[in-house]
Structures are given as C-alpha cells and as structure tokens.
Design a protein around this ligand. Structure first.
Ligand SMILES: Cc1ncc(COP(=O)(O)O)c(C=O)c1O
Length: 423
C-alpha cells in the first residue's frame, strides 16, 4: 500500500494539521472500498493532513470531556506541550525525536520523578518506575514480582477492575477473594473489621477507586501479612488527593485518567520488595530490571512521560495535592447534591460514604430517557457521559483537570433536562 502524503511548502513555525477539519465520521465511508480481498494496489493520498498555518485554537473549541480515560488534561499543560512540540526548549527537536538516553530526556524523566515524589511525599525507601503496558499489565506483574506460584494472596473485590486483577493473578499464584461486592452490584466498600485476611497471604490487593462503579476507598485496610504489603491499583484516583505512601507496599496507576496520556504506567514500590520475581517473569515485567535501569531498560514511552511531567509540574504549581483535593471535593459535592436533590429523577446507586470523587455513575428513573440525555448533553459540548457498557446509565468522570465550570454546566443541564421531562 503506497501512502502518498501531500507535501507542504508552508514556512514552518506554528504548523498545524488540517486533519481536524475532516470529520472523523467520514473516514469509515471514505475507506469502505478498501477490502482485504482486493488484489489491486491501493494508493491513499493524505491531502487532508497537509500542513498549513492556522490561528491558535481557542478554549471555545474545546468540549467538556467527561470520559473515564483517556480523559481531560489540564488546558495549560496542553498549551505548553503545543508550544514545545516542535522544538523542545531550544534543543532543536521534539521530545518525540529525542534519544531516551540523551541529556534532554534524562532531565525530563528526572524532573517528572522528582515532582511526583514531592507531590506524594515519597520517601527514599520507595522506587518510582515509569512503565508500559497499562495497569492491566500490572495485574500480572504484581504477583510475578511479589510472590511465588504457590503463595496465597488476598484480594478485596469492590468492582470490575479488582475482579480483573484477581483473575489475572490466578495464573501466577493463589489469590483469594476475601470480600466481593458483586452481589450488591459493587456499590460498597467493606468494613475492614469484616475482612477475613489470610495471615500468611503475601499481600493484600485493593482497587482504590473503581472507575466503572464509582466506589472509592476513603481510608485503607492494614494488611495482616507479616510484611504488611498493601497493593493498590490507583489508576483512576492517582494524584487526586494526598496519600500516605508509607501505608503501601506498591501503588500502581495507568496515567491516562489524572496524570497524562495512555501508554505510561507509574509504579511506586517499597524498594525492599524488589528483586524477588518468579524465574519465568518476562524482563518487561520485572521491577528489578526497570529499577536497576531507572526506567530506561528499553525505550520508554518518552512523550507520555514528558506529558506526565508537565501535569506533575502543574499539580505542584496548584499548591500540591491538598489543594487539588479541595477542588475535587467541591466539584463532586455539587454533582452528588444535584443527583440527591433531584427527588429521584436521577439516582446514584453507590453508598454515600464511599462515593468516588472521580467517577460519578448515575441513572435516570425514566431509563428510556438516558440516550436522549447523553445526546442532548453532547450537543451542549459535554461529551462521553454514557455509562460503562457493563452497568449502563450515565457516568461523569470529573478528574483533576475537569474545571469547576464543566461540572456547573453539567448540573445546570441536568436541572434543565429534568424540568423538561419530569411531567
Ligand atoms: C481502576 C483501573 N484499573 C485498571 C485499568 C486498566 O488500565 P489500562 O487500560 O491502563 O490497562 C483501568 C482502566 O480504565 C482502571 O480504571
């Protein structure tokens, strides 16, 4: 297949692609004549990606994106990345073009780590790793690194992600589900006294915030194991509030909710737990390999790490995670109040004390109106409000970067929608 991209003679500064002017919805039709059965050579001319100058995008071009992840990023971070995209700080190249072993990228990854350490007050007893493969890869890496095939480990299953983690672990050790919220449709967090932990379990695993069901741990259980290893998947509430890292053996998170684009997974590990991986552990899943090489064993997701670094810098500039938490509490409060004050028109199934600050699932009493709700909201530039396919209804993900104005607009829309449909 020959791809003939149109060339451009436009002077270089402020280059922009016109691709945005071609509706994405046009692509399937445009490409529908392509068939795997055809033997004819195919030539695609990407004239729509010709580069040309255009005025800077304005805030009014943007939607309020309530997606669960990849998700909204801070506007100032995007603008900074845009300004540095073509020539990073006078280096003459983009971060995407840099050697991961060059001094420029080393300064980027080291600054990202140092800002993250200051945000979460991570002590020198912990190793910070920038990894690939998403949080899903960690579902395997955790047991491979922290226990042997016959070892018992404890899992508290408060939603679909905890359940997936448990199932993956069962390939590498002997995980026990010591509590599951499945029969109550994952709307609760158990009381910690009720947890029947197995004393010889090598670790206790939780999902700190269940992205699909909207349940969030507000404090953390103490592992009964001798080594007190609490492992948390914090993918969807990472850096949304202060966390006492010293309570954990391992925290891991996919970046694409609160702290960056997809492709970067962050792990914060108590260093004494590193170095005991099972013999058949793939190198890419072995924490020791990555720790010994400062996350540069192979080519890391450089641009993603750079973006995470910009987000960390922004969180530091906001005054750190206590300030960030205040904003998140306010945003979530406004939204839950609107739901609870709707006299049953809207409903959030999650027990109040464990409602997530990040992911707010809700349903309509008149479920036949849900599609209409999502459609009308999208027309008002509030997108991605459809609930996860496994639970239905709606879900508003209101991560750090969702502005207060976005939540206020959603709440105003909800009230208006109710007024029009609450006959
Ligand atoms: C809590 C949680 N854990 C794990 C995952 C899987 O993440 P990834 O897509 O990075 O593998 C997700 C994805 O949304 C998630 O929300």
């Amino acid at each position: 297949m020959a791809l003939a991209a149109a060339t451009s003679t436009t002077p270089l500064p402020h280059l922009r692609s016109t691709a945005a002017t071609v509706p994405i919805s046009a692509f399937p039709t445009a490409l529908s004549h392509l068939s795997t059965s055809t033997k004819k050579p195919i030539s695609i001319t990407c004239s729509s990606t010709a580069l040309q100058t255009s005025p800077p995008a304005s805030a009014t071009d943007r939607v309020f994106n309530f997606a669960a992840g990849p998700a909204v990023l801070p506007e100032n971070v995007l603008l900074k990345a845009e300004s540095e995209l073509y020539n990073w700080r006078g280096s003459g190249m983009s971060v995407m073009e840099m050697s991961h072993r060059g001094k420029e990228f080393l300064s980027i990854i080291q600054k990202a780590e140092s800002d993250l350490r200051s945000l979460l007050n991570i002590s020198s007893e912990y190793t910070v790793l920038f990894l690939q493969g998403g949080a899903t890869t960690q579902f395997a890496a955790v047991p491979l690194n922290l226990c042997k095939p016959d070892d018992i480990v404890d899992y508290v299953v408060t939603g679909s992600w905890g359940d997936k983690a448990l199932k993956e672990a069962s390939k590498y050790c002997n995980p026990k589900s010591i509590w599951s919220g499945k029969s109550e449709k994952y709307t609760k967090i158990p009381s910690f006294d009720a947890l029947e932990q197995i004393p010889r379990a090598k670790y206790l695993h939780i999902c700190a915030n269940e992205t699909i069901h909207g349940v969030e741990f507000k404090n953390y259980p103490k592992p009964a194991s001798e080594n007190e290893v609490l492992v948390a998947d914090m993918s969807s509430n990472f850096c949304s509030k202060p966390v006492d890292v010293s309570k954990f053996g391992l925290i891991y998170a996919g970046a694409q909710k609160n702290v960056g684009p997809s492709g970067v997974t962050i792990a914060i590990i108590r260093s004494d737990l590193i170095g005991n991986a099972q013999p058949n552990t793939p190198v890419m899943l072995d924490y020791k390999i990555h720790a010994d090489n400062n996350s540069l064993y192979n080519t890391p997701p450089c641009y993603g790490i750079y973006m995470c670094g910009l987000v960390f810098e922004d969180l530091v500039a906001q005054g750190g995670l206590s300030e960030v938490e205040k904003k998140n509490v306010k945003k979530a409060g406004i939204l839950y109040d609107a739901i609870d004050g709707s006299k049953g028109f809207y409903r959030c199934p999650v027990e109040k004390s464990v409602r997530s600050l990040m992911n707010v699932p809700f349903t309509l009493a008149k479920s036949e109106l849900e599609a209409e709700f999502v459609k009308e909201a999208a027309k008002e530039k509030m997108v991605q409000l459809k609930g996860h396919r496994s639970v239905g209804g709606m879900r508003a993900s209101i991560y750090n970067a969702m502005p207060l104005a976005g939540v206020e607009k959603l709440v105003a829309f909800m009230k208006d929608f109710q007024a029009r449909h609450d006959a």
